[in-house]
Design a protein around this ligand. Sequence first.
Ligand SMILES: C[S@@+](CC[C@H](N)C(=O)[O-])C[C@H]1O[C@@H](n2cnc3c(N)ncnc32)[C@H](O)[C@@H]1O
Ligand SMILES: Nc1nc2[nH]cc(C(=O)O)c2c(=O)[nH]1
Ligand code: SF4
Ligand SMILES: [Mg+2]
Length: 218
Amino acid sequence: MYRVKEAFYTLQGEGAQAGRAAVFCRFSKCNLWTGREKDRATAVCDFCDTDFLGTDGQNGGAFETAEALSAHIRRLWPDAPGAPYVVCTGGEPLLQLDEKLIDAFHQQGFEVGVETNGTLPAPAGIDWLCVSPKANAPVVIEACDELKLVYPQPKAMPERFTHINARHFFLSPMASPSAPDNDTDPVKQSNTRKATDYCLAHPRWRLTLQMHKIIGID
Ligand SMILES: C[S@@+](CC[C@H](N)C(=O)[O-])C[C@H]1O[C@@H](n2cnc3c(N)ncnc32)[C@H](O)[C@@H]1O
Ligand SMILES: Nc1nc2[nH]cc(C(=O)O)c2c(=O)[nH]1
Ligand code: SF4
Ligand SMILES: [Mg+2]
């Protein structure tokens, strides 16, 4: 059984695939926060900008089989040329994503991207793996396509992750959890300046912005 909070067609807003059309499959649950506001202050990850509780979002639900979920996601891809792309996110997708589901997405013609906090092993077959470490949570994934670190995190500064075998190293300025866009988020504006300064001083790192919050889409 796979539990999905929501699924929607949009542009990937972050990282090296930013601007690419994708179906986002947002899995329910996370291992670093319950998703309840009352628990945020004591959570390992306390800045999450996402509601991943339950299965009640748009196109959400509980799916008995990998075939059922992959067919559901396929229906959200347009009938037009261009390589179909699904981004598995959450919550923490690696609590649920298994090889069976990756195979089923491939059967439907999708390339499979994953956004993970890196604390759980990744199944084989992922086409694009993005690891985004959180506070002092141990990262067990040692190779990925992109390392996308939310900045600044006092317990997860960039130097801790440069040993990871990644094609790209990104800093993503930390947004206020509930701000709908950048214009109404002075904390994010200040964090963007800090991330910019870090990248200028450490050119291995590149700046990435949450493009969807700039252009006002999901
Ligand atoms: C909601 S998480 C879900 C996937 C996975 N649990 C993870 O943390 O990578 C999706 C992406 O949003 C980023 N994110 C979450 N809260 C954020 C915030 N307040 N500001 C900037 N990025 C944030 C995460 O770091 C991650 O790259
Ligand atoms: N457009 C858009 N791009 C994204 N990239 C990563 C996201 C996520 O929440 O995993 C995300 C998201 O929520 N929306
Ligand atoms: S950002 Fe990722 S790791 Fe942190 S609480 Fe949200 S879903 Fe979990
Ligand atoms: Mg998001």
